[in-house]
Design a protein around this ligand. Structure first.
Ligand SMILES: [Zn+2]
Length: 140
């Protein structure tokens, strides 16, 4: 992990290391409040403003990916660590009649599918395609 951070132009500070450690352990997207809690559990007490600042720095250096999560309470930002070379894992709905493609609007879901595939020993090398039927073709 240290080597991975060293490859970037970002200087290794204790705060950044602590944030990265929490994100790696989370193994999925987490919001800033969760990062703050995780840091406190590891004995790194800091402020939410500092967590946001570090997350922004990591995001600017493409070490962290930000996702928008929607629920009944509204929209919140979640952060996902990008370890190693990042492959784009787009997921598409593919109409079996007209061939129309529509990209799945949930990148987290595509990543989950890829992670599930990896768990089974498969390496997802291409885009994920869900064969389905588009609204227009269902009508006809
Ligand atoms: Zn169609």
């Amino acid at each position: 992990m240290q080597q991975w951070l060293r490859q970037t132009s970002l200087r290794l500070t204790i705060g950044r290391m602590a944030v990265v450690r929490v994100l790696v352990q989370a193994q999925g997207p987490v919001d800033a409040e969760s990062v703050l809690r995780g840091m406190a559990e590891q004995g790194n007490s800091t402020s939410l403003a500092t967590v946001y600042r570090i997350l922004k720095e990591l995001e600017q250096h493409a070490l962290v990916e930000r996702e928008w999560h929607h629920n009944s309470l509204g929209t919140r930002s979640c952060y996902l660590i990008k370890l190693g070379p990042q492959r784009k894992r787009a997921c598409y709905f593919h109409c079996d009649v007209c061939g129309r493609r529509r990209k799945l609007a949930e990148p987290a879901l595509a990543n989950q599918l890829a992670a599930a595939a990896e768990h089974e020993g498969y390496d997802v090398r291409q885009e994920l395609v869900v064969v389905s039927r588009c609204a227009a073709c269902i009508k006809n």
